[in-house]
Design a binder for this molecule. Sequence first.
Ligand code: ADE
Length: 241
Amino acid sequence: MRIEVLTIFPEIFDSPIKSSLLGKARDAGLLEINVSDIRDFSTDKHRTVDDTPFGGGAGMVMKAEPIDRALQQIRENLTDPRLLLTSASGKKFDQKMANELSREESIIIICGRYKGVDERILELHPIEEVSIGDYVLSGGEAAALVMIEAVARLVPGYMGKIEAGEDDAFAWGILGFPNYTHPQEYKGLKVPDVLVSGHHAKIERYRRYSALKKTLQNRPELLETIELSDIDKKLLDEIKK
Ligand code: ADE
């Protein structure tokens, strides 16, 4: 998979894309991430990328020309890339979208800043606006990193056995189950007996029960969106008692 990032702060990406699994995936050739500076596509000597909004008001707007020029150049070398613009006004990013994006050959992420981009850029290119949540960031760079991290780990071969994604929160459509590691007892707190019983069916039932319980506590609305099995319904009844 190839990910192209357009930003006015390319240095923000230096460390995250070199570190950890993202860095390893790049070294292994599973993932190509290129970061371009939008200022390199401006044409004036001040490398201007923003200007005041027509109609007045506070704040600056990202100019269409440099972004358009950058997109034209990058799109030339890609077949049918998904174009995303980070924006608090975008469609909400979630695990489903991450799954979908992980199947793309290439993605271009434009990091919005200031009040946003000149709206005409959305008419010139088939861009989807994406938000990572209902809060406002100063810029889309952190949002782009969130999306890259969520998408990259789904690219086949990205995670080894140690970090298989099948057990992830949201892989089941609900939250994840609690995990424990050594020591078996810490400050008087013991790992639940069932997890050291070696009884796989009981462990599975316990994990499903715990995941449903956490979901009911923290994100009850998720339970409305998944199809609950008869066992799930029984477990939920037990939890609610
Ligand atoms: N830019 C500012 N706020 C944002 C958000 N919540 N998601 C994505 N990009 C943003």
